[in-house]
Write a protein that binds this ligand. Structure first.
Ligand code: BES
Ligand code: MN
Ligand code: ZN
Length: 492
């Protein structure tokens, strides 16, 4: 990952030069003059107009007095309409073209210091890569970018804007790493250990094992875990940023994540093709961990708790069977028709515990819960369900602002009927019609009137193609979204 620094505008002599250019605007005059008008000519020949997302690389421009290796022009779209997200995406697009450079200088011409910081943020987000398990990669295939200097007039303002963004980026990276780790490495106890590292940021971290969860009556979560050789864990993370502890403290915001470190389906086993994808069935929990790191890292003035239920869903002689009836922490019983509908069983106990213990201001859960969610919305929007219109509006807006887009789905009694059981209080599947909705109805049965939203991120946790700020692979969907939700509406 490159280092980022800000400096006053001055033409670099070496390395790469990134020119951010709005529609109809001329590139940086000083650079074009040094190139004898060659930049304007090259961009014209390439029909570069500054349209959003447009890029143009000019190799080895003739610029006497220096040895600039390449100029990367990136379109910003309409001048005066550049948003934080737009600036991040321009940075991300540039980063994708700089892998073979060691040093890049970015001319954030005409951008506010805040937007200059966003450009740096977008570059960092795109330049991330998970190469822990590559041992034989050739030097020529490895990205070299080590240092990025962003040019801006007001250094203090740019640095002040960048510091909290860098903390969020660190949270995103933590999530991506957890999600990308293979399932033999990242099992529940290992993921819990990695949560412990948040203590360095001032987060209080508690880890509960099967004994403690048994005492709490977590029959649903433990039923999922019982087929695995790996013990389950629940991790409770607390960030007190709003000041005050104990009785007088402001009620926290609560975030709850599904953390199935591998989902084989259990006895209702999944087909072999693509099963490896189920290593990222802990992406909801991963997002909660990264979000807590982001909030603590930027010292958000808010009280927040993050709870993750960590289990591995395996078939074995001790695994739960279709037909089993389990008792949840809430006291409600569930007939387990399909052991592959395990995420909702995990959420049921953790959500119940969370609201009983913390009486939070709201609860938001994140889960790679259903394939049906992907059928409904594809990989463009995460679907969400909520019992609160204000929170729904805030989530939708935070999605538009961060590019982690959200679409509200319906809830209702008719759907709830689909999960009636003949033997228990409910069954864990509601048939194929509206599969994402009946899953949400199931989850809602473990929420007391409290303000709540459920984010089904099944289609968003992993990406098969690069996006401007998200290289293909683990996306960390939810971290930037919920950080923004908190920043815009819930900080003092
Ligand atoms: N983890 C899966 C959902 C999933 C599928 C996420 C594909 C990402 C990609 C979940 O545990 C699951 O298996 N759900 C079942 C529910 C069904 C048995 C009612 C599904 O969606 O098929
Ligand atoms: Mn499953
Ligand atoms: Zn699952």
């Amino acid at each position: 990952m490159p280092d980022f620094a800000f400096a006053k505008p001055a033409l670099p002599r070496t390395g790469a030069l990134v020119l951010l250019i709005a529609e109809g605007e001329a590139p940086w005059q000083a650079a074009d003059t040094a190139a004898g008008g060659g930049i304007v000519r090259a961009l014209k020949a390439a029909e570069f107009t500054g349209k959003k997302g447009q890029t143009c690389t000019i190799l080895a421009p003739a610029m006497p007095g220096g040895t600039i290796s390449r100029i990367v022009a990136v379109g910003l779209g309409k001048a005066g309409e550049v948003t934080r997200l737009g600036a991040e995406e321009a940075g991300g697009a540039a980063a994708a073209l700089l892998a073979r450079e060691e040093h890049a200088t970015v001319a954030a011409q005409g951008l506010t210091p805040g937007l200059a910081a966003s450009v740096a943020t977008g570059m960092a987000l795109r330049a991330w890569r998970f190469d822990r398990y590559r041992t034989t990669e050739k030097e020529t295939d490895k990205p070299k970018l080590a240092k990025v200097t962003v040019l801006t007039e007001d250094l203090a303002a740019a640095r002040a804007a960048h510091a909290p963004m860098a903390a969020v980026v660190d949270g995103v990276f933590l999530t991506r790493e957890l999600v990308a780790e293979p399932p033999n490495v990242l099992y529940p106890a290992e993921m819990a250990e990695r949560c412990k590292k948040l203590e360095a940021l001032g987060v209080k971290v508690e880890i509960l094992g099967p004994k403690e969860m048994k005492k709490l009556g977590f029959g649903a979560l433990l039923g999922v875990a019982q087929g695995s050789a790996h013990e389950p864990r629940m991790v409770v993370m607390q960030w007190h940023g709003a000041g005050g502890r104990g009785k007088g403290a402001a009620a926290p915001l609560a975030f709850v994540g599904k953390g199935v470190t591998f989902d084989t389906g259990g006895i209702s086993i999944k087909p072999a093709a693509g099963m490896e994808d189920m290593k990222w069935d802990m992406a909801g929990a991963g997002a909660v961990v990264g979000l807590m790191a982001a909030l603590a890292g930027r010292k958000a003035k808010v009280n927040a708790v993050g709870l993750v239920g960590l289990v591995e869903n395996m078939p074995s002689g001790t695994a739960q069977r279709p037909g089993d009836v389990v008792k949840t922490a809430s006291g409600q019983t569930v007939e387990v028709i399909n052991t592959d509908a395990e995420g909702r069983l995990v959420l049921a106990d953790v959500l119940w515990y969370c609201q009983e213990r913390f009486e939070p201001r709201f609860m938001i859960d994140l889960a790679t819960l259903t394939g049906a969610m992907i059928i409904a919305l594809g990989h463009e929007y995460a679907g969400f369900f909520s019992n609160d219109d204000t929170l729904s509006k805030q989530l939708h807006e935070a999605g538009e602002a961060t590019g982690e887009k959200m679409w509200r789905m319906p809830l209702g009694e008719a759907y709830d009927k689909q999960i009636k059981s003949d033997i228990a209080d409910m069954k864990n599947v509601g048939g194929r019609p509206g599969g994402a909705i009946t899953a949400a109805q199931f989850v809602q049965r473990f929420v007391n009137k409290k303000t709540w939203a459920h984010l089904d991120i099944a289609g968003m946790a992993w990406s098969s193609k690069d996006a401007p700020c998200v290289p293909k692979g683990a996306t960390a969907f939810g971290v930037r979204l919920l950080d923004r939700l908190v920043a815009d509406h819930y900080e003092k």
